[in-house]
Design a protein around this ligand. Structure first.
Ligand code: HT7
Ligand code: ZN
Length: 873
């Protein structure tokens, strides 16, 4: 496969002002008539003789120019390109293609899902529909006429407003849609199906009434309320916080079962993975409700950060994704608990994004090359990209940041631009120089801050030295220091905040500062400090960096109970638990530090503490995080040490856990407040810990909760605890009961698969193999694949990393099988194998061997090839 470089970017040779599409949809295929108004781009440096259009898996039926059918010697159908020879400066080109949506298992372009037609065009799916300059900087106005059988496909949707509809012969009908906003073809969408409509309205800040529509399969009629409510709240929030008003008269969401990602922000017609829209308390967990709220908001926010202002090329993907994730994070924080949201985001960064940044697929937030762009919808582009925007927000402060975002939207409305344009708008609005900051977009790898301190009691000075280094990553060495906002505070002996005086006589010194690190080495002196303080570093995870500081357990315990920064209280608990787990691995002293037990006891029993924070603090660091912190990883050793700590805590805190369980029994009616969510989380954590040690009373309580729970969070919490406990004999019976109750609901069945794929019981691999034969498992449905194979390989680390390599061979086989039908999903699934160099023997060689078998597969897709090739080189 060819590598594409950012340095090769050229403006398009031809522009398309208008696209007229006509879709004839049939069971055996679809005919697409596309008429483009094309003109030469005056900004293109030469005169391009021929027009080149992208295509993929298309059968070309006819080409005409200005209404005259072209003879075969006037164009070349090269499969992935249609070249129209010697074209005039301005012309109308009509292309007719035949495609087979019913056989499209890649789920790119036009395909069928549960009997309906739907599309996914980002990044390069439009070329699977018709020949077109499939690049985001070609923006056109689209008119789309859809024709289909009326009884099978009563609902026909596309972007914009419906301007005409009517009946055709043979029971067919048509609807024509017109989108007044020029857009790149990746934002095109079409849906045809027998769908039920849930409708509501939203009145914008300027008084326009927007028609809000959610289309679902009729059986899902009762599961749309939360998505609709989330949409309305997102629309209001974007007006209030960013001054962004919705622009069309209609906003539509359609739920489809087969979808490669979470959702897609097509202009006025968002298409969602069903699991990211549909929810009711009986069928969806708290996590699903929160995910739906976040994704609905994310896709809605794209209307400005993505659609009105889009990307010039796919190297700029983080322009829209990083900014939009930053925006949706702000929304989620405002709708729930800001600390919890920050903890969740930092956890994702530190476990998964740091791993990606240190692995073979590591790339900058603005990559400089790729083979297959679908492989670059990564945590680096999305999450690190959002952290980069967050740092700009921290450096500028909220008011200047808002000024910068206003300027960005105003300056670039209707354009396809770059991350550099975004930073320039921030600079111009704030007057700040962000030239060094731009390195965050250019350099891959996670910066490491080595922090050391000393206290000069006599002089009353506390000195902090900070050294930054950025590790080498694939193709990048000798990196320059980056501009890092480093938030900190100092705690005095009673936990009080120490004023941070950077000079001797500084009056009104703040209690928290954001230090701006720009050099490889800095040292700071804080004056007027009476006693040795405890530093609270990188508050609220102010930058996506690793901090290396020689914490003592006393310091961590102190921060855990005294830090005014909730995030760092949580983090101190995490670091303490990491240290305790690691000391067991090192065999330092065989016992678990009782101070950890005491700290957890306080958490469990102090009702004055923020219970949402407590719920997070009670979760031990995950195996994935412990792996990420280690080299030469022995997964089983990590698993055993973590399990021993869990055993010890659960035994020592048995009565406290039981009391916590009963205290958080809930009030019956399901609420989504941070307090209610925290209560359910505490209750289910307590249950899981108690079942882990086989507590008889808790086993009975779990069975009861499983039987009578009024919501899916508690029912699944109980099921998970029962399944994971080696002391419970009724595991199979519970799983069977659950399935019988919910087999008709695909989203619940996916959760049922996930619980089993995540099971801590030995022998899970055999159970997984059996699940692949289960009637509800479907290779063509990405959610099913993810809930079984993805959860097993990506989350069930102790079971996946078997010393005999059986987990790896299993994954390699499944990747090869999927590669033929859905390469995007196969390429994502192979990722757990790619970090083989990080692991100790025998894991390391066995992972590499498994990757080699994937590489040897005949006809490997370029999606999987890129990942495997970069991992093995
Ligand atoms: N912008 C959307 C990206 C997306 C996508 C990319 C590749 C393959 C399938 C896809 N489905 C959606 C999602 C988003 O970030 O909003
Ligand atoms: Zn997005």
């Amino acid at each position: 496969p060819r590598t594409i470089y950012l340095s090769e970017y050229r403006v398009p040779a031809f522009l398309v002002d208008h696209v007229d599409l006509r879709f004839e949809l049939f069971e055996q295929g679809a005919r697409v008539h596309s008429t483009l108004d094309v003109r030469r781009n005056p900004d293109y440096p030469e005169r391009a003789e021929h027009l080149e259009l992208d295509g993929d898996s298309l059968r070309l039926e006819a080409v005409s120019l200005n209404g005259v059918t072209l003879e075969a010697d006037h164009y070349q159908d090269q499969g992935d390109k249609l070249v129209v020879l010697s074209v005039p400066d301005q012309f109308q080109l009509t292309v007719v293609t035949w495609i087979e949506p019913q056989n499209n298992t890649r789920l790119e372009g036009l395909y069928k899902s549960s009997g309906m037609f739907c599309t996914q065009c980002e990044a390069e799916g439009f070329r699977c529909i018709t020949f077109f300059p499939d690049r985001p900087d070609v923006m056109a106005r689209f008119r789309t006429r859809i024709e289909a059988d009326k009884s099978s496909y009563p609902v026909l949707l596309s972007n914009g407003n419906d301007i005409e509809r009517g009946e055709l012969a043979d029971g067919r009908h048509f609807v024509t849609w017109e989108d007044p906003f020029p857009k790149p073809c990746y934002l095109f969408a079409l849906v045809a199906g027998d769908l039920l409509l849930k409708q509501d309205t939203f009145t914008t800040c300027s008084g326009r009434e927007i028609d809000l529509r959610i289309y679902v399969e009729p059986r899902n009629a009762t599961k749309c309320e939360h998505a609709m409510d989330s949409l309305q709240r997102s629309m209001r929030w974007d007006e209030t916080v960013y001054g962004r008003e919705y622009d069309l008269d209609i906003f539509m969401i359609v739920a489809v079962d087969d979808f490669n990602m979470g959702a897609m922000e097509n202009k006025g017609l968002n298409i969602f993975n069903s699991s990211c829209v549909l929810a009711s308390p009986e069928t969806a967990t708290d996590a699903s409700f929160q995910r739906i709220e976040a994704i609905v908001a994310h896709e809605y926010f794209h209307n400005w950060s993505g659609n009105r202002v889009t990307c010039r090329d796919w190297f700029q993907l983080s322009l829209k994704e990083g900014f939009t994730v930053f925006r949706d994070a702000g929304f989620s924080a405002d709708m729930g608990s800001p600390i919890v949201k920050r903890i969740e985001d930092a956890t994702l960064m530190r476990t998964a994004q740091f791993a990606e940044d240190a692995g073979p697929m590591s790339h900058p937030v603005r990559p400089s090359s790729y083979m297959e762009i679908s492989n670059f919808y990564t945590l680096t582009i999305y999450e690190k990209g959002a952290e980069v925007v967050r740092m700009i927000h921290t450096l500028l402060g909220p008011d200047l940041f808002r000024k910068g975002s206003d300027l960005y939207f105003e300056r670039h409305d209707g354009q396809a631009v770059t991350t550099d344009d975004f930073v320039r708008a921030m600079e111009d609005a704030s007057g700040r120089d962000l030239s060094q900051f731009r390195l965050w977009y250019e350099q891959a790898g996670t910066p490491v801050l080595t922090v050391r301190d000393e206290f000069d009691a006599e002089a009353g000075i506390y000195r902090l030295s900070i050294e930054q280094s950025i590790p080498d990553t694939a193709g990048q060495t000798d990196k320059k220091p980056q501009h890092i906002p480093f938030a900190l505070g100092l705690l005095g002996p009673d936990g009080e905040a120490v004023p941070l005086r950077l000079s001797e006589n500084e009056a009104d010194a703040p209690l928290e500062r954001v230090l701006e690190l720009t050099e490889a080495r800095h040292s700071f002196e804080f004056h007027g400090v009476q006693t040795q303080p405890v530093p609270s570093l990188l508050r609220e995870f102010s930058a996506p960096v690793r901090v290396d500081y020689p914490w003592t357990r006393e310091q961590l315990l102190f921060l855990m109970s005294h830090d005014s920064d909730g995030f760092n209280r949580w983090d101190a608990g995490q670091q303490l638990a990491v240290d305790v787990i690691r000391s067991l691995m090192d065999g330092e002293n065989g016992a678990v530090d009782e101070r950890l037990v005491d700290a957890y006891r306080v958490l469990l029993n102090d009702p004055a503490l923020d219970q949402a924070l407590v719920a997070k603090m009670l979760l031990l660091p995950s195996e994935a995080y412990l792996i990420e912190l280690s080299n030469d990883v022995d997964v089983q050793a990590i698993h055993e040490a973590r399990t021993r700590v869990l055993d010890h805590l659960a035994n020592a805190l048995r009565d406290d856990l039981l009391a916590c369980f009963h205290r958080n029994a809930g009030s019956g009616d399901y609420q989504l407040t941070p307090e209610a969510i925290a209560g359910r989380s505490l209750r289910n954590t307590a249950l899981a810990w108690l079942l882990h040690i086989g507590d008889q009373e808790a086993c009975t309580l779990a069975q009861q909760q499983f039987d009578v729970a009024g919501n899916m969070t508690d029912r699944l919490g109980a099921l998970r605890a029962l399944v994971n406990s080696r002391f419970v004999a009724e595991r199979e019976a519970a799983l069977e009961t659950f399935y019988q109750c919910w087999e008709a609901d695909p989203q619940v069945v996916e959760q049922w698969f996930s619980v089993q794929a995540g099971s801590q019981q030995s022998g899970t691999l055999e159970a997984i193999k059996a699940l692949l034969q289960h009637p509800a498992f479907d290779w063509k449905n990405p959610n099913k694949v993810r809930s079984v194979i993805g959860v097993f390989a990506g989350q069930n680390l102790a079971q996946f990393h078997q010393p005999d390599g059986s987990g790896y061979r299993f994954l390699a086989d499944q990747v090869c099988r999927l590669d033929d039908s859905n390469p995007q999903i196969a390429a994502r699934l192979v990722s757990p194998l790619t970090r083989w160099k990080k692991f100790a023997q025998p894991y390391c060689s066995a992972m590499k061997e498994a990757l080699e078998t994937v590489r040897a597969k005949d006809g490997l897709s370029k999606d999987v090839y890129e990942v495997v090739h970069k991992s093995l080189r």
